[in-house]
Design a protein around this ligand. Structure first.
Ligand SMILES: [Zn+2]
Length: 80
């Protein structure tokens, strides 16, 4: 049972344009892309990129990036 984070749902493994594996997410509420002014609409797939932030607070933040800025190939997806 998923924890009540609310904003996104983990879809599963995906391939980045550079061939590296990443995790694909589905937006459960509108999010702002970190790389462009676009909104990531509810239901759209996006990825998160770790940012180098001050880790003094003990956590690593990750910013949502839309599929236009960072295309994903979701493994196991059959449509499209
Ligand atoms: Zn974007």
């Amino acid at each position: 049972m998923p924890a009540g984070r609310g904003k996104s749902l983990v879809l599963g493994a995906a391939l980045q344009p550079d061939g590296m594996r990443t995790t694909a997410y589905r937006a459960l509420e509108a999010l702002m892309c970190e790389e462009c002014p676009a909104e990531i609409a509810v239901g759209h797939v996006f990825s998160r990129r770790s940012r180098h932030v001050r880790v003094a607070m003990g956590y690593l933040s990750s910013a949502p990036v839309c599929a236009t800025c960072w295309p994903l190939r979701v493994e196991g997806a059959t449509d499209g």
